[in-house]
Write a protein that binds this ligand. Structure first.
Ligand SMILES: [Zn+2]
Length: 251
């Protein structure tokens, strides 16, 4: 199942043509640090592909943030659609307003700094995870508690979970369905209660959103806010407030 999902995941990614070599090496390097002793086991759980729930809900998640199509924003606003945005800090520039608006019924979360694969030994996890936490907090008033690794790589590695934990991440979020340019694909044949749907901020986003909503409803489900099912558990960690010179936001 895990290998199947990894293969499925790779095919869904808009960077797959460029990064194919990295993806194929990712599964072999998924757990580069398995020798860590039990007492060092990170507190945050392994990644989640589908939320365990009997509620008739599914979740829309959108990655990266390179394009910011206005027609997709208008569609989200007209339908008050709960959207979780997983943003890479290098792609979003000064787009606080757009992402706040498109995630008004959802939340903004961490999708790395440079979109480097977490499975590569040369990747600086502190920069990719913690820098984003601090930058988002300081520049955009966002305090992410979910992390989606680029390419879905090394999603369960101890190194990734421990670095996430250090900087306020509480959940690592994968997906079990994806929509790309008007086509949907499934890790396990269909949408189920708790399914997490992946798409990207591309210029076909409105079309992809409409298809996702249609397929979610055809499965007898309704789009729901992932934050309601994976809520932030603790207060903002000191590493974000002290270092960034911030006070705790009310939320
Ligand atoms: Zn991405």
């Amino acid at each position: 199942m895990r290998r199947f999902v990894a293969t499925f995941a790779a095919s869904a990614l808009i960077f797959s043509a460029v990064m194919g070599a990295q993806i194929s090496s990712a599964s072999a390097e998924n757990n580069p640090d398995t020798s860590v002793s039990a007492r060092d086991t990170p507190k945050i759980p392994k990644s989640v592909y589908r939320i365990k729930t009997k509620d008739k809900v599914a979740f829309i998640t959108i990655d990266d943030g390179i394009y910011k199509p206005e027609n997709a924003l208008a569609y989200v606003q007209a339908n008050q659609l709960p959207v979780t945005s997983f943003l890479s800090s290098w792609t979003i520039k000064d787009s606080k307003k757009y992402f706040n608006r498109i995630s008004k019924w959802g939340s903004v979360q961490n999708h790395s700094a440079t979109h480097a694969s977490f499975a590569k030994k040369s990747t600086d996890l502190d920069h990719e995870i913690c820098y984003v936490q601090k930058r988002f907090a300081k520049k955009y008033d966002w305090y992410p508690w979910m992390l989606r690794p680029p390419y879905g790589a090394a999603q369960d590695s101890q190194a990734v979970r421990k670095m996430g934990e250090k900087c306020g991440i509480q959940q690592i979020v994968m997906w079990d369905a994806s929509v790309n340019n008007g086509k949907i694909s499934y890790a396990d044949q269909k949408l189920r209660p708790g399914s997490i749907v992946l798409m990207h901020f591309t210029n076909t986003l409105k079309k992809d959103l409409k298809l996702a909503v249609k397929k979610i409803r055809e499965a007898g489900l309704e789009p729901a806010n992932l934050d309601d099912y994976l809520p932030r558990i603790n207060s903002i960690p000191a590493i974000l407030t002290k270092r960034a010179g911030l006070t705790q936001p009310s939320r």
